[in-house]
Design a protein around this ligand. Structure first.
Ligand code: 5AD
Ligand code: SF4
Length: 475
């Protein structure tokens, strides 16, 4: 069964969802009274920062409805917010669903909801219908803002699984409750979807076409966050450099950044992800002159071979990417660059891999995420000839990884002895005498301190280089 997907203008939709949330509150209270105990919930996030932000929205609604949030999947309601960029993310979800099923047999109250990118794939829905019929609710990326309404459905007697999936939406509905993981930093969506259709990537199919939020809405959200104690924002979008292209207002990503920079009380601005083909000189200039935009740019290269880049439909060449890096480094010498690399794209030869390795050395990335190519059904690359053998991919992957690690170590070692401003994020997981935080360039630093420092910007001397992070001391 599927609920209708009629879309109201966003103010009306917000009112409708608020009303649904009030109803959910009442239903949770009734259920708690009947059971004589709390109702618990747990949201497990797979995938990227966009998904993490979506999970904060789900948790905001669950908390307001009256659920108690716990970390354990023993909870009465478990939500999996899934990712489908690579097949191993899908396989992990299937594996864990089996485990949830055995827990559900022991707790008759237990309910399971699935959402996120993986649910936008018709082949996945078929598998869930057939093999995982114990799931209570499935919804997608386009209608996540309807969660309050879907929750009401879960809380009223019903039979079978509710599947509510939309192919697309023109709606952007924010401004519903959010339960932030960190009090002092937050992700902020500035746009949704992607129009690039890189030939390996499933994102445009599951997240839909590019839609930007108006600058006014974004600024209002950030001002409210700052008033609530946030000092660092991460602007989120699949391709932030094309921000504004579909808006009526005349705005670019660079100009949006300038407006955000002017918000008093905000200390740091980060953003991801940047597509190299759309990174403008205007943006470089704004970054150079900014005191708030962090000295870090994630600039996915995917491959160092122009031949492969063309097949990937990336719309830049090895040379134009290197030229862009030169312009960036000339303007902002202390900029840290990180990247994504795919190894094993169809037709990739040993020589292409050598091009990628040389690229890593030449750019001198501070870090790189290296992925094995994963065939995604429905993308152009899935049906390309010359899929690379598993054996060669493994060999090439290890070669790339070794150079990535060597380069990153060399980059990181440059900072020994310097003093850097660090935003303290947490007490260290392994040693409670230490706190952990990040420098403007995103490098991780651990130093003696206590939890009172969390959320503060402090100056730290980088004493000991540990390869990919530093041990420091506050100065
Ligand atoms: N196989 C492997 N890696 C992929 N990515 C996207 N699609 C695939 C795929 N089919 C990687 C890209 C992207 C990152 C988010 O995930 O490197 O930048
Ligand atoms: Fe995928 Fe390319 Fe869009 Fe990134 S830019 S989400 S890799 S299609």
């Amino acid at each position: 069964m599927s609920l209708t997907s009629n879309q109201l203008p966003s103010e009306e939709e917000i009112l409708k969802q608020r009303a649904a949330l009030d109803k959910a509150k009442q239903l949770v209270a009734e259920k708690k009274a009947k059971l004589g105990r709390d109702l618990t919930c747990c949201v497990t996030t797979f995938g990227c920062q966009m998904n993490s932000r979506d999970s904060e929205k789900l948790l905001g609604i669950l908390k307001e409805a009256g659920y108690r949030i716990i970390d354990s999947e023993d909870a009465d309601l478990v939500v999996y917010n899934t990712c489908t960029v690579r097949d191993n993310a899908n396989q992990r979800v299937y594996g864990r669903l089996g485990h949830l099923h055995s827990m559900k047999k022991k707790n008759p109250q237990k309910q399971i909801a699935l959402c996120g990118c993986m649910m936008q794939e018709p082949s996945v829905i078929e598998i869930i219908r057939q093999k995982y019929s114990f799931v209570d609710l499935v919804f997608g990326t386009h209608n996540i803002y309807k969660f309050a309404e879907l929750l009401c459905h879960l809380l009223t007697p019903h039979k079978g699984m509710l599947i509510d999936l939309w192919d697309e939406t023109t709606q952007i509905v924010e401004e519903l409750p959010v339960e932030r993981k960190y009090s002092f930093k937050s992700g902020v969506n500035i746009m949704f979807g992607c129009n690039n259709f890189c030939s390996y990537c499933i994102v445009p199919y599951v997240r839909g076409r590019e839609r930007s939020r108006s600058s006014e809405e974004i600024l209002d959200e950030i001002k409210a966050l700052v008033a609530d104690g946030v000092v660092e924002v991460m602007l989120l979008g699949q391709n932030v450099n094309s921000y504004g292209k579909n808006l009526k207002e005349d705005i670019t990503f660079a100009r949006l950044l300038q407006k955000i920079e002017a918000i008093e009380g905000l200390k740091r601005i980060r953003f991801m992800t940047s597509h190299p083909k759309d990174l403008s000189d205007e943006l470089i200039e704004v970054m150079k002159n900014s005191s708030k935009i962090c000295r870090h740019l994630h600039l996915p290269v995917q491959s160092g071979s122009t031949r492969i880049l063309e097949k990937m439909n990336r719309r830049y060449t090895r040379e134009s990417y290197l030229e862009l890096v030169k312009r960036l480094k000339n303007s902002i010498p202390d900029l840290s660059l990180t990247t994504d690399i795919i190894v094993g794209f169809p037709g990739e030869t040993y020589e292409d891999v050598q091009d990628t390795i040389n690229m890593v050395r030449e750019v001198g990335y501070d870090n790189a995420f290296t992925f094995i190519y994963s065939k995604r059904t429905g993308t152009p690359a899935a049906t390309m000839e010359n899929q690379v053998s598993e054996e060669d991919v493994k060999k090439h992957f290890d070669m790339v990884l070794q150079v990535v690690q060597e380069t990153a170590r060399k980059q990181v070692s440059k900072f020994t002895g310097q003093v850097a401003e660090v935003l303290v994020e947490d007490v260290n997981e392994h040693d409670p005498a230490l706190v952990s935080g990040r420098m403007s360039n995103n490098l991780l630093v651990h130093f003696p301190g206590d939890k009172a420092l969390i959320g503060q910007l402090v100056n730290v001397k980088l004493v000991e280089n540990k390869g990919f992070y530093y041990i420091g001391e506050q100065v």
